[in-house]
Design a protein around this ligand. Structure first.
Ligand code: ZN
Length: 410
């Protein structure tokens, strides 16, 4: 359905476009761009507000949280009733953004960026904006953006301090700039430990609305610049890419420092290209998918390695070697344990999980669907064949592309 632009004061004043005095500003580019914002907390709210005011009209929002009373002091898009009803942040934010600019198309996704957003969707973005509060989410976001070749903007806030950075695949990388302590923490998350990984919740950092506005504003500004690559190349705009913006509010200091580490050996830089599309959906069974791919690549040894997680079929009690069927991805095991009264209070060491890291012809559960083994809609599968890696995009079964571009015709 085509929407008219019923709010003329938003993007034009007295018939004149507000941003037309900015020589570099390309309204078409901003209006038609797809921008994903990951995290709808204090920072996410500020970023979204600014992007909406700037005229960005195609937004994908990703967050798994609901609105809580504590969010209300620093989240312009949320109201008391949203917290009382425990509504999903992305759904509330989508509604409020449409109030700001009714021309906006928002695709709200309740989920975790690390495992629940398909690369097919992410790779159709021009920019991804990270508004997350922990290293693991940044690491995952960076990895996805590297695979897709999409630039991303990162913001972080803590007390009265905050930072903003811009990462462009081929130029700089979040993972390459991590210090030893951060790498140690991440290597724990990435290790193939047979112990159930506790999902160490990021500690609640104290946040003020002001620091969120400052860092969120810089993130939004850098996002708009990334939508103007020609203007950046000509020097009309200077991107933060390769540097870090730092703001300290208590004694008032700002700095922009070099942040350009890029190690050619870093395993995260793997670009998934070319990507071919197939009609497979996540409702297909693993056995059918495997069959289809082995025909397509004419290779009976074809394998789909699970790159970012493992499939857990059993939890095993060390004491008596009893097996408890789990049948879900490892990132969902913690909840499984929490919800099971027998398991919840067991000490950590009492259990180990039996994991599978590849969907191949020996996968013991070929009747499970891709969704059941943890593969999100519109994902890109990495497929190992005798003649190298191939990348296969699943069908857009939820019609995300359509929902993103509804507004573009006409
Ligand atoms: Zn790297």
């Amino acid at each position: 359905m085509k929407k008219e632009r019923p709010n003329p004061t938003m993007l034009s004043l007295g018939g004149e476009e507000i941003f037309s005095q900015l020589s570099w500003f390309k309204r078409d580019r901003v209006e038609t761009a797809n921008v994903m914002v990951v995290g709808c907390g204090a920072l996410g709210n500020e970023v979204l507000k600014n992007l909406a005011l700037f005229g960005v009209e195609h937004l994908v929002l990703v967050d798994f949280d609901t609105v809580e009373p504590s969010n209300l002091t620093r989240s312009i898009l949320f109201r008391e009733a949203d917290a009382a009803d425990r509504r999903a942040k992305v759904v509330v934010a989508a509604e409020r953004l449409r109030e700001i600019n009714p021309a906006i198309e928002v695709l709200p996704l309740v989920g975790d960026i690390c495992h629940e957003v398909g690369l097919g969707l992410l790779r159709r973005m021009q920019v991804v904006v990270g508004c997350v509060d922990n290293r693991w989410a940044r690491y995952c976001l960076n990895r996805l953006c590297m695979r897709a070749g999409i630039p991303w903007v990162d913001g972080g806030i803590d007390g009265l301090e905050g930072t903003a950075r811009v990462f462009v695949p081929g130029k700089n990388c979040y993972a390459c700039n991590l210090g030893p302590e951060a790498l140690k923490e991440l290597s724990y998350r990435l290790s193939c430990s047979d112990v159930i990984r506790r999902n160490e919740q990021a500690g609640r950092v104290p946040t003020t609305p002001v620091i969120a506005s400052i860092i969120g504003a810089v993130e939004a500004q850098e996002t708009i610049k990334l939508l103007h690559p020609d203007e950046v190349a000509r020097g009309e705009l200077t991107s933060l890419c390769g540097r870090m913006f730092y703001y300290e509010g208590q004694h008032l200091g700002t700095r922009v420092v070099e942040f350009a580490g890029y190690d050619e050996e870093c395993p995260v830089h793997e670009r998934w290209d070319p990507i071919e599309t197939m009609d497979i959906t996540t409702q297909w069974r693993v056995g059918e998918v495997w069959q289809r791919l082995s025909e397509r690549f004419e290779d009976p040894t074809v394998e789909i390695p699970l790159r970012d997680y493992r499939f857990v079929d059993d939890l095993v009690l060390r004491e008596d070697d009893r097996h408890i069927p789990v049948m879900r991805p490892d990132y969902a095991v913690e909840r499984f344990v929490e919800e099971d009264a027998r398991l919840r209070y067991l000490p950590f060491q009492a259990l180990y999980q039996h994991e599978i890291d590849c969907l191949d012809r020996n996968f013991p559960y070929p009747e499970l669907t891709l969704a059941q083994v943890g593969i999100p809609a519109w994902e890109v599968l990495s497929v190992r064949t005798a003649h190298g890696m191939h990348y296969v995009e699943l069908a857009d079964e939820d019609r995300y592309a359509e929902r993103l571009s509804q507004n573009r015709e006409g």
